[in-house]
Design a protein around this ligand. Structure first.
Ligand code: NAD
Length: 477
């Protein structure tokens, strides 16, 4: 069993103040994969004190040095991709192929991209007789969920380091080992003590202690909208900067002229990847009524073709959900959909004998869904897709926008101009046209209850600095 009994604080492996531990469960078979310390407010205090002490020097370190360290961290991450991927397979359940490419590979590229963005901190804007300069905001508390644990962590750590901030990380207690590996990597790369600190534990104690700490200048949180609202309220006490990347119920609009098979293949695969545990899963699909039957048949065929199984097997495309609680939650939504009158054309939780130990759910397609049903309004966070017919594009756009969320959307059409025109009408932080790829240099974030602020690329750096206007005496004064 993988056991870690220390936190990473002030450049050292520090003994926790308490003795309680948390078991980490392998979702493929419900066995105990590892054990980590359950932190307390006292551990958070030590970590924040280390980050506060490291800030003056790190924030004044020349950008060329910070950039070189970020690049060194990225290289060490790349060297450890296979090991990181295996870790995420065991703690999170992502299939090994997906884990290697997305869960372990992508974060190293994101880290590397910020070696370039670091130099944007040197930018000085001249506004009449004033210089506007950029300064690191201070100590940042970074809190992340379990679905893309390292990617979401690096999306915060990289810009924070680039800006000159110091950091206290609180990973999800469900998937903590990748964060310990990141701490090992930054240590090996020579990041100065106190610049990055790591404490594990539950949200209610470690998370809240971090959010309420008076020496934490900023919280960046990715997770559920419910917890995000609570974090925003906690930050209000001392007017912290609070950036939140939250849930979604993203929509696809398939236009009349689209290639239905391509649209359904792309969309079903996007939703089912990572077992539907993707914040921007395009889980509501609006299809022209005239092409609805073809779309349902195509979606069913794609869902049934996906290989569900042991995530450590190279052939597996869909692994288990992350936890028993998550499986039960998803099955609850499937039951609710059936009860509300939607038609489950394939899927459900009835698994073959060899997969019954793990937390699996089959790729599930619902037809005849109405946009006011619970399964079309709430984030399921599982391998479930809802197909909704429409008669006019105006009606499709109105339904797509009728959601408390606004994280992502997609539009399928043979005509790119038409697709862009519809994209401009959708309330979403990013819109994918046809099978467009994710872009780690473009801003990522949501409208409405999907969050406030943007991560990745140049925009992602902005969250971590303050602007200072220095007004120069004018010659005539
Ligand atoms: P969660 O909100 O339960 O937990 C996220 C993190 O917050 C965990 O580390 C948890 O320990 C911590 N936490 C919990 N309660 C806390 C509290 N009171 N104070 C401080 N911290 C607390 O989310 P989850 O179940 O881990 O992840 C799934 C959710 O994350 C989904 O809603 C998904 O949409 C969202 N998500 C959003 C994005 C995005 O970029 N918009 C990306 C990935 C996931």
């Amino acid at each position: 069993m993988r056991v870690i009994d220390k936190f990473f604080i002030n450049g050292e492996w520090a003994t926790p103040n308490g003795t309680n531990t948390i078991d980490v469960i392998n979702p493929a078979n419900a066995s105990v994969y590892g054990r980590i310390p359950q932190g307390t407010a006292a551990d958070v205090n030590s970590a924040v004190a280390a980050a506060k002490a490291a800030f003056p020097s790190w924030s004044k370190t020349p950008t060329a040095e910070r950039s070189a360290l970020i690049r060194a961290i990225a290289l060490k991450m790349q060297e450890r991709i296979p090991e990181i991927a295996e870790t995420i397979v065991a703690e999170q359940g992502s299939p090994i192929g997906f884990a290697s490419q997305v869960q372990a590979g992508l974060p190293s590229l994101v880290m590397e991209s910020f070696a370039d963005y670091t130099f944007e901190m040197d930018h000085v804007e001249q506004v009449d007789h004033s210089m506007v300069v950029r300064e690191a905001i201070g100590v940042c508390g970074l809190i992340v969920p379990w679905n893309y644990p390292l990617q979401l962590l690096v999306t915060k750590v990289a810009p924070a380091l680039a800006a000159g901030c110091t950091i206290v990380i609180k990973p999800s207690e469900v998937t903590p080992f990748n964060a310990f590996m990141l701490a090992e990597i930054v240590h090996a790369a020579g990041l100065p003590p106190g610049v990055l600190n790591l404490v594990t534990g539950y949200g209610a104690d470690v998370g809240e202690a971090l959010c309420r700490h008076p020496d934490v200048d900023m919280i960046s949180f990715t997770g559920s909208t419910a917890i995000g609202k609570r974090i925003l309220a906690m930050g209000a006490d001392d007017v912290k900067r609070v950036c939140v990347e939250l849930g979604g119920k993203s929509a696809t609009v398939v236009l009349e002229d689209a290639d239905i098979t391509a649209a359904m293949t792309g969309n079903v695969v996007q939703v089912m990847s990572n077992s539907g545990q993707t914040c921007f899963a395009l889980s509501r699909v609006f299809v022209p009524a005239s092409r609805y039957d073809d779309a349902v048949a195509a979606a069913k065929a794609v869902a049934e073709s996906l290989v569900v199984g042991d995530p450590s097997n190279e052939a597996t495309q869909i692994g288990p959900l992350v936890s028993l609680a998550q499986r039960e939650r998803v099955l609850g939504y499937i039951a609710k959909g059936i009860q509300e009158g939607a038609r489950m054309v394939t899927g459900g939780g009835d698994m073959p004998e060899e997969l019954r130990q793990g937390f699996y759910v089959k790729p599930t397609v619902f037809a005849d869904v109405r946009n006011d049903m619970v399964i079309a309004r709430e984030e399921i966070f599982g391998p479930v897709i809802c197909l909704i017919p429409y008669n006019t594009v105006d009606e499709a756009v109105a339904m797509a926008n009728d959601s408390p969320y606004g994280l992502a959307a997609s539009v399928w059409s043979a005509d790119t101009d038409k697709a862009v025109a519809v994209s401009r009408r959708l309330i979403a932080g990013q819109v994918f046209i046809n099978d467009a790829e994710f872009n780690m240099r473009a801003p990522f974030g949501g409208f409405k209850q999907s969050g406030n602020g943007r991560e990745l690329g140049s925009e992602g750096l902005r969250e971590y600095f303050e602007l200072k206007a220095i007004h120069m005496p004018t010659a005539s004064a």
